[in-house]
Write a protein that binds this ligand. Structure first.
Ligand SMILES: C[S@@+](CC[C@H](N)C(=O)[O-])C[C@H]1O[C@@H](n2cnc3c(N)ncnc32)[C@H](O)[C@@H]1O
Length: 311
């Protein structure tokens, strides 16, 4: 997530770096491609068109509610299979899943991961992802899946020091200690249960001229709790460790990230896998959106894609 995403209030999620995804994954008719973060299916639709009726697109998402709408979108497309789950568990899914209608249960020709959350989740999930006024009354869950501990409970159960660490580590927020203290002080009088309550506590704690008004003071704190609550960096690390259990030799992997912690994990994992001659890096540097894309889809402003080929 990024300030950019929070600022973007379009209700339809436009896939980012679509041209680059197609170029790097290079899906061919008959291919088996996995979209590990299928969401509303923006990238998936373009991939499904290229692999044709003889191919299979396996789309996975951790957000069951959202997946229901995606199922309706692809109901008539036999080459698209949608499943609820965590992409970190994809090797197990591939090993056990018999419903893919594939005789060989093969590894994929390509894997796409588009990290973070979508415009739909921000605006229509009712799960408290947004610090905007319009969604201030939403319960402070910020989880994609109900198996995770909601943020309101994290705020209650973790001590002040641990909250400060979360806000600093996953949000890069320099005022983390002050915010953690304010959360705990407020919580003793009135537990924080909604997105608006957390946003207000942060705003009241930070100086008026925070970041020269460039971003909402709650931006980094919201990012931190969303990443922590969903174990986002752990999921990414697990995925990167197991690439060869999902993608066949010669197959391609493309990962889109939205902030430096995610991109750093992808960069380091790719470097060490390349050293072990397990992958060949396709993108020496991360590729960003063109000026035109950024103008048309502000969410792409902080997006970076890295791609590799499995050896
Ligand atoms: C940025 S959106 C993907 C948008 C999609 N590529 C498109 O163009 O429509 C990210 C999606 O990843 C899902 N997600 C986040 N963490 C996940 C995980 N560990 N496993 C599966 N899906 C996850 C979110 O629920 C969200 O739907």
């Amino acid at each position: 997530m990024s300030a950019t995403e929070e600022e973007t209030q379009s209700s339809v999620h436009t896939p980012v770096l679509l041209h680059e995804v197609i170029t790097f994954l290079n899906p061919q008719p008959g291919d088996f491609i996995i979209d590990g973060t299928v969401d509303g299916g923006g990238h998936a639709a373009a991939i499904a068109e290229r692999i044709g009726s003889g191919g299979t697109l396996l789309g996975l998402d951790w957000d069951e509610q959202l997946l229901e709408r995606t199922r309706a979108r692809f109901a008539s497309q036999k080459n698209v299979k949608l499943m609820h789950g965590n992409y970190a568990e994809l090797p197990e899914v591939l090993a056990t899943e018999n419903n893919l209608n594939r005789t060989d249960r093969s590894l994929a020709d390509g894997l796409l991961i588009d990290l973070g959350f979508s415009s739909e989740q921000l605006e229509a999930s009712g799960r408290g992802f947004s610090f905007g006024e319009a969604r201030a009354n939403e319960p402070l869950l910020m989880t994609y899946d109900d198996s995770r501990t909601p943020v309101w409970q994290i705020l209650r159960e973790e001590d002040e020091k641990s909250l400060a660490n979360i806000i600093y580590e996953f949000g890069g927020e320099r005022m983390s200690r002050q915010i953690a203290k304010a959360i705990k002080d407020h919580g003793r009088k009135h537990p924080i249960m909604t997105a608006g309550e957390l946003a207000d506590v942060v705003r009241e704690t930070l100086p008026g001229k925070y970041e020269h008004g460039r971003i909402d003071p709650a931006t980094r704190t919201f990012q931190a709790f969303r990443i922590y609550a969903n174990g986002e960096l752990e999921n990414l690390t697990t995925l990167l460790k197991n690439l060869s259990d999902m993608v066949k030799p010669g197959g391609r992997v493309a990962i889109i990230s939205f902030h430096s912690a995610e991109d750093g994990i992808v960069k380091r994992a790719f470097q060490s896998l390349a050293k072990e001659t397990k992958i060949e890096i396709i993108t020496k540097k991360p590729v960003e959106g063109t000026r035109e894309e950024i103008r048309e889809n502000p969410r792409s402003r902080s997006a970076k894609i890295r791609a590799a080929k499995i050896i």
